[in-house]
Ligand binder design. Structure first.
Ligand SMILES: Cc1cc2nc3c(=O)[nH]c(=O)nc-3n(C[C@H](O)[C@H](O)[C@H](O)COP(=O)(O)O)c2cc1C
Length: 311
């Protein structure tokens, strides 16, 4: 089974990828989406989203990081994919899942699932543009408003030459509302031959096994579950015990030490609090500690509390 660390814009950045993939149990990761409009983005944009490009597109543990592009113009997607490949991206991933209103309003992300022909043209243009040895993977939801085009979109993606397709088993309208409809991935699988990767609501080993069984997929992708249980890939693959709260605190401290060039005030304190919002699902200690840090604005003050571990 391959386990892929899902892309999460504004959440799973370079530092989190380093920490979450450290044990080597993820088979790959995907960057936050890079928005492609009608221009060729400068090299600096790719390096900002994917600092791993300076290390052949690998995290420290050697996990490949695919660069994710989101856009509606086949030719500009292709141009930017070429640039990402030139800089060293080990793979290109195309986003047809983003539900954000502003992105959809400008014809990006999941709204494109209403136009399977355009989905095909985008994937095909990117596939033809980048060297054959570089995988072009795709990520989609089951549809925008409903699931009526799910199979058609998957077929369009396959015909266009995609290497694999990750399916977040919900429509855009369903947002993140449980449950994820894993059995729908099995329906798609009857029609396509490319590997499908099942995604959505995998929070535990039990979920992973259920998902594999219901979706018929060998491979899975995990997003929020990787944040709530930071060693979930080891738990699933190696039967490891869930990370202790003490280990999680060490990871939080490590996360606080990564340098970011983000100029936004309270960037790191806010990112740490954001991670707590996911950890609370798995660790009662996180809910208690969050009460102590939620009003703090200084990173150092927050780290002092985290270092106390048990409050
Ligand atoms: C805050 C947030 C940001 C996300 N950003 C991206 C993104 O940049 N690209 C993408 O393809 N999916 C993105 N997703 C969707 C996830 O990759 C994943 O498909 C979804 O969270 C369902 O999987 P999960 O239940 O394992 O989290 C995002 C999800 C969340 C919650």
């Amino acid at each position: 089974m391959n386990i892929i660390l899902a892309p999460m814009e504004g959440v799973i950045d370079f530092a989190l990828r380093e920490i979450l993939t450290a044990s080597g149990s993820y088979d790959r990761a995907v960057t936050e989406f890079i928005r492609v409009n009608d221009q060729l983005l400068p090299r600096s944009v790719f390096v900002r989203y994917c600092p791993e490009l300076a290390n052949y597109g690998l995290t420290k543990s050697g996990t490949p990081v695919y660069v994710q592009l989101l856009g509606q113009h086949p030719n500009w997607m292709a141009e930017n994919a070429i640039r990402a490949a030139d800089i060293g991206a080990p793979g290109i991933d195309i986003n047809f899942g983003c539900p954000a209103k502003t992105v959809n309003r400008h014809k990006g992300g999941s709204i494109l699932l209403n136009e399977p022909d355009l989905v095909h043209d985008i994937v095909s243009a990117v596939r033809k543009a980048v060297p054959g040895h570089i995988p072009v993977t795709v990520k989609m939801r089951l549809g925008y408003e409903d699931k009526s085009l799910a199979i058609e979109n998957a077929l369009a993606i396959e015909t266009a030459g995609a290497t694999s397709l990750a399916v977040h088993a919900r429509t855009k309208i369903e947002g993140y509302k449980p449950p994820a409809h894993w059995h729908w991935i099995a329906k798609i699988e009857k029609h396509v031959k490319i590997p499908l990767i099942a995604n959505g609501d995998i929070w535990s080993k039990h979920d992973a096994l259920d998902c594999v069984q219901q979706s018929g997929c060998e491979d899975i992708m995990i997003g929020r579950g990787a944040l709530s249980l930071p060693n979930i890939a080891d738990v699933i693959k190696n039967n490891d015990a869930p990370a202790s709260w003490s280990d999680v605190c060490d990871a939080l401290v490590l996360y606080s030490q990564y340098k970011r060039d983000d100029k936004k005030q309270n960037f790191l304190p806010n990112r740490i609090k954001q991670w707590f919002s996911y950890l609370k699902r798995e660790y009662p200690e996180a809910a208690i500690m969050f009460q102590h840090i939620k009003t703090l604005r200084e990173l150092d003050e927050i780290v002092v509390i985290i270092n106390r571990k048990y409050l």
